[in-house]
Each structure stands twice: as C-alpha cells, then as structure tokens.
Design a protein around this ligand. Structure first.
Ligand code: GRF
Length: 197
C-alpha cells in the first residue's frame, strides 16, 4: 500500500510510521512521499534522513487558496497513493481532495473525539481545553477525513490519564507517546492488511 504523509511540524507521528514500517508492525506499506506546507518542518528532515522524497507545497507560494488547493490535489493525483495520512497537518484539506479520495484520507487528532476537536482545536490548544475542563482521561483518535473538521468516521482511539500536575506540554507529550504514536501506525497496518475497515 502506497501512502503519502502530510505534515506541518516536528513529524513525530511520521517518525512513528517510519519506525513501524522498519520494525514490521506496519505491514505491506511504503511511504512514497512526505508533503509539508512548511518548508522548515523538521518532518521533512526526517523524510530526507530516511530516503523518502519530501516536498513543500505552501499556501504562501500561491496567489490564492484555490491555486494552492489545485496544486495539492495535482500532487496527490501525480503520486496516486492508496492512502493519504494527515500527521499533524495544519492546513484545511480541499473539498475536491476529500471528495476525490473519499475513504482514503485518515487523520490523527490528539483528543478523544468528539471532545476538544473542531475549529480552533489543534496542537497545544487541544490539551489546554482538556486541562481547563478538568477531564481525568483524554487521548487520541484516528479517523477518516470527511468534509468537516475532525468529523469523519472514527477508526481507533486510545485513552491517556491526565495527571494532577500536568501542563499542556506534559499532557501533549504523554498523549503523543502513549496514544498517537501507537494508534496511527496500528490504523495504517489495519488498512494495509484488511483493505477498507
Ligand atoms: C501534535 O500536536 C500532535 O498531537 C498532532 O499534531 C502535532 C504535531 O505532531 N497530531 P507531529 O510531531 O508533527 O507528528
């Protein structure tokens, strides 16, 4: 199964996928390209270090969002992956791409959807919301991407305990280590070995 991974930042979820392929917990899968909207994303360095083609397609390079959207869809069509994985990708996916790749785009969100998700809930803001509400359990979710924000069918979730002295940073780290880096590789392996799930 050919996958393209879309990234914006540090790429720790990308690294979990790379490691999963290397240690064979992710079967029948090849990362054929990493695409970032951010030229400085360390995720692109991780791709390079692992011999994976990397590309930056940034909205800043285009006259308007429509031109960016067109370029992103054209790149997906060029590579024609079996699965597109959003791993910390912070740009809205064009509706045309969602429609064209229906059921073939998955996303990792750092909360137990439907809590702390949707517009404005990304990165540390998700964990700030969880701490503000005082939840005792949070976690991560892998879901199919539909036309909404964090609204597509849920594939996997994993719960993580919130500790009394947690800060958004310590909670984010635990959710990444104990949940994101576990369920995203697992979801990819499930799709790669069982087709649609
Ligand atoms: C993190 O906030 C993670 O929870 C979310 O995207 C952000 C960056 O992750 N999925 P990564 O290190 O770039 O994979």
């Amino acid at each position: 199964m050919k996958i393209v991974v879309l990234v914006s930042g540090g790429g720790t979820n990308l690294q979990a996928i790379i490691d999963g392929i290397n240690n064979k917990t992710i079967r029948n899968t090849e990362i054929v390209e990493v695409v970032s909207n951010n030229a400085n994303a360390y995720a692109l360095t991780r791709a390079k270090d692992n011999g994976i083609p990397g590309k930056c397609i940034s909205p800043k390079e285009f006259a308007d969002r429509d031109d960016f959207n067109k370029a992103l869809v054209e790149e997906m069509d060029r590579v024609s992956p079996d699965l597109i994985v959003l791993a910390g990708f912070l740009v809205n996916i064009p509706a045309e791409m969602v429609a064209k790749y229906e059921g073939k785009i998955i996303n990792i969100h750092p909360s137990l959807i439907p809590s702390f998700c949707g517009k404005g809930f990304y990165g540390l803001k998700v964990h700030e919301g969880a701490l503000k509400r005082g939840v005792k359990i949070t976690g991560a979710t892998v879901h199919f991407v539909d036309e909404g924000t964090d609204t597509g069918p849920i594939i996997l979730q994993k719960a993580v305990e919130v500790k009394p002295d947690d800060t958004p940073e310590t909670l984010q780290r635990r959710v990444m280590e104990e949940a994101e880096w576990v369920i995203l590789p697992k979801a990819i392996d499930m799709i790669a070995t069982k087709g649609n799930i």
